[in-house]
Design a protein around this ligand. Structure first.
Ligand SMILES: Cc1cc2nc3c(=O)[nH]c(=O)nc-3n(C[C@H](O)[C@H](O)[C@H](O)COP(=O)(O)O)c2cc1C
Length: 557
């Protein structure tokens, strides 16, 4: 089992200090954070204790003093079916223009509804977020298009508009986009999440970023475009391109940190990040970021893990992908992609009775296999490093119990050796799926107690933990973030698949990490369970009212 290796090009932190000494310190910081941010049966990870509601962060970042471009609400014009997208059948690619870019943002990061209960109202978005706190911000970087000038734009989901942070009138900027495509930048505001979840919030921010990457990749495919993360870009480059390093623009505001750049266009012809950065540095920037809370508590653990997982510039990885296999079985419901993207929700409770047809379950597994050209996996160049361990409660035709689904069959020997020797490893399901029954047993109570005693883990058709190849993070600390993103991407696949199966899913960030490891028999840090999930038949909360996301009086600015 060989984790991918990233070749570091340069890192200014290592001036004069031997690289191995730095790596040793980074690994210790990472391990300390990982251990201390675990929830344990007898104590939760350090958090704020009580919620300071008066200081709750504003869920919307906006920039004062910027030109604003209203985007059309055009998602209803998108005819693509969800089943075509998940099968890797790209729609015919449209031009990069305001309307198609508007759809990309609307269905990936836009609002999906407003909810209300009594006097309280809150927005939901197409991308999920732990606690609905939405630390993720989205940016567009584009060349001069027919109806949009070249530059860097921040997406304000509340009003579905672009805020122009930088107008870029520079040949080299447009030349760097000569491959015909656009870049989407993703950043995180840790404070939004830390306000409620304290130290563990850092992990949730990374999961949310993974959900956002996947959400964008799906919509791009529905518009006929491939996606690919710019692996080589270091954090400093991403920060420079998104304007996050412009101290004066964030002077009064909570900082935003760089995550990734997602190329939307030809995956074999990537833009030159350095050319873009040089042009962005010469550009005229506008705007001051808003302050989200009256006061901000600093979490030193988050500052430490942020520094420890700083991504240097690395060499571009060659895409390594399985060839497309037979398409997954069609889902139970044949819905349009736009409908699935907008109706995706987290279940707050499940009925504890419905069961999922085995064919639906197997179709979902097909969609979890990282295939070239199929969203969201076309965005990644790395082999699958996250593998679901299912606690199946009610899937027709499959015995309840513990199952391993190996998204990369090459990990079988290593993962098997890392777990209890008494597991059965009995092949289950269709021949082509690397699905193994480990233990036939009713695990509903176990699932509930592992997931911080949440009923959704027991009342679902299945719950799962995502076992990640954690040793990659120990070798290259920034890969910790990558693993957490990949977990979020697995989650986003399951969220959309659930809707198409007539079910509903919920991400589970609250779980007792080492209880899951104890169940599996995992010791040490080669493998760690980083995110949990559940899917079942939802029971809605009748006290909540739902209002449309846009275009009615009262909520839009
Ligand atoms: C990383 C992550 C962790 C989450 N953890 C939990 C959890 O432990 N329990 C829960 O009930 N919901 C959890 N959720 C669901 C969120 O609360 C939900 O996404 C949010 O309230 C927004 O609602 P929506 O998904 O319906 O848009 C999680 C979601 C994400 C993305």
């Amino acid at each position: 089992m060989n984790p991918p290796s990233y070749s570091v090009i340069a890192d200014s932190d290592c001036l004069g200090v031997p690289w191995l000494v730095i790596m040793d310190e980074l690994q210790s910081a990472l391990l300390e954070f990982h251990e201390r941010s675990k929830h344990r049966i007898n104590r939760y990870a350090p958090g704020p204790g009580r919620l300071d509601w008066a200081n709750q962060p504003d869920p919307f970042r906006e920039f004062a003093g910027v030109p604003r471009i209203r985007l059309p609400l055009a998602a209803d014009t998108l005819a693509t079916r969800f089943n075509d997208v998940r099968s890797g059948e790209l729609a015919s690619a449209g031009a990069f223009e305001l309307e198609s870019i508007a759809i990309l943002f609307e269905l990936a990061l836009g609002l999906s509804a407003w909810k209300s209960h009594g006097a309280n109202r809150w927005a939901l978005r197409c991308n999920p977020s732990s606690g609905n706190l939405h630390p993720t911000e989205g940016y567009l970087l584009c060349p001069k298009l027919a109806d949009l000038s070249a530059g860097v734009y921040h997406y304000l989901s509340r009003d579905h508009l672009l805020e122009q942070r930088a107008a870029i009138d520079d040949r080299s900027w447009d030349d760097a986009f000569s491959c015909n495509g656009i870049l989407i930048g993703i950043s995180s505001i840790y404070w939004r999440e830390a306000w409620k979840y304290g130290m563990r919030a850092w992990r949730y921010c990374a999961h949310d970023c993974g959900h956002a990457i996947a959400a964008l990749s799906y919509v791009a495919a529905a518009l006929g475009w491939q996606t690919r993360l710019l692996d080589a870009a270091g954090d400093d480059m991403v920060a420079g391109l998104l304007g996050l390093d412009r101290g004066e623009d964030f002077a009064a505001a909570e900082p935003e940190v760089p995550d990734v750049l997602l190329w939307v266009g030809n995956p074999d012809c990537l833009p030159d990040g350095q050319c873009l950065l040089d042009a962005a540095k010469k550009a005229t920037w506008h705007g001051r970021a808003n302050r989200l809370s009256a006061k901000r508590l600093v979490w030193p653990d988050i500052e430490t893990i942020h520094r420890a997982t700083h991504k240097p510039a690395t060499l571009e990885l060659g895409a390594s992908r399985a060839e497309p296999a037979a398409p997954p079985a069609a889902p139970a419901l044949d819905l349009s992609f736009a409908q699935i993207a907008r109706q995706r929700r987290s279940a707050v409770s499940f009925d504890g009775a419905a069961s999922l047809p085995a064919s639906s379950f197997f179709g979902m597994m097909d969609c979890l296999i990282a295939r070239r050209d199929t969203p969201p996996w076309n965005a990644l160049s790395t082999p699958a490093m996250v593998h679901p361990l299912f606690m199946l409660h009610r899937v027709d035709g499959l015995e309840p119990g513990l199952y391993a689904f190996l998204r990369d069959p090459a990990v079988l020997a290593g993962i098997r050796q890392a777990m209890r020797s008494e597991w059965l490893w009995q092949k289950a399901g269709p021949a082509h799926l690397p699905l193994y029954l480990l233990l036939p047993y009713d695990l509903r109570d176990t699932a509930k107690s592992i997931c911080c005693h949440q009923d959704i883990a027991a009342d679902s058709c299945f719950a799962l933990g995502m076992l990640a190849q954690f040793e990659t993070a120990l070798q290259e600390p920034w890969c910790y973030r990558h693993l957490l993103w990949e977990c979020g991407m697995v989650g986003q696949v399951l969220y959309l698949e659930a809707e198409a199966a007539g079910m509903r899913a919920t991400g589970i960030g609250c779980f007792f990490d080492d209880e899951m490891h104890a169940l599996l028999g995992i010791e040490g840090h080669v493998w760690q369970s980083l995110y949990h999930f559940s899917m079942g038949h939802p029971v809605d909360d009748p006290r909540l009212s739902t209002l449309p996301p846009y275009g009615f009086q009262g909520f839009q600015a």
